[in-house]
Design a protein around this ligand. Structure first.
Ligand SMILES: C[S@@+](CC[C@H](N)C(=O)[O-])C[C@H]1O[C@@H](n2cnc3c(N)ncnc32)[C@H](O)[C@@H]1O
Length: 185
């Protein structure tokens, strides 16, 4: 699998309103995200999913959005401020080898890994960090782009997540990529 990182300028394309015609973040995530939840989102880009999640968690909830690229985070912050959602979203800069979320240990209700795992050099370490951050029974929602990730490579990612302590519990409806719902055992 290629580990090329999405260039920051493609982030603008990823937040295009036209994308909602194929993939509606609020509708797709509503079955998993409830008011007051803590949601961890590695690789949010400019926040196509983040703003919808911030609305779903409400004023008592929190989204921790962790990206490698400062330009993605800066744009996400501006978009969140314009939408009046900035206080629900905590942005963090990841290091290439770690998300830096050890402080969330067992606190997150849901984690999102939406179109990011194929960019990572160490998926096993990534799934391990997310597993530690989730509450027991918490869900990791995984989606990968069909164009970049073959069915076999996607299966290998799911197997890596299973070795990190997740149970696969079906597909994720409403996404155009290859998907899985993974539950922390
Ligand atoms: C293809 S974009 C997807 C963005 C968003 N999830 C979406 O679907 O619109 C992948 C994002 O993952 C980020 N990323 C890549 N490697 C990362 C890492 N090691 N830690 C955190 N974020 C990373 C990239 O900077 C980019 O913003």
């Amino acid at each position: 699998m290629a580990h090329r990182i999405c260039p920051w300028w493609l982030g603008y394309w990823l937040v295009s309103p036209l994308r909602k015609l194929r993939e509606n973040p609020s509708k797709a995530l509503a079955p998993f995200v409830r008011e007051g939840m803590v949601v961890l989102e590695p690789g949010p880009g400019m926040g196509f999913f983040t703003l919808a999640v911030a609305r779903l968690v409400g004023p008592e909830g929190r989204v921790v959005a962790v990206d490698l690229q400062p330009k993605m985070l800066a744009s996400l912050e501006r978009r969140a401020s314009r939408a009046g959602l900035r206080d629900r979203i905590e942005t963090r800069r990841a290091e290439p080898a770690t998300l830096g979320v050890a402080d969330l240990d067992g606190l997150a209700d849901v984690a999102l890994a939406l179109y990011v795992v194929h960019e990572l050099p160490d998926p096993a370490g990534f799934f391990g960090e997310i597993h530690a951050a989730l509450k027991p029974g918490g869900s990791l929602l995984l989606a990968e782009p069909k164009g970049h990730v073959s069915e076999a490579d996607f299966g290998a990612s799911v197997a890596t997540a299973q070795r990190a302590g997740f149970r696969a519990s079906g597909d994720l409806p409403g996404f155009w990529g290859r998907t899985a719902v993974l539950v922390k055992r």
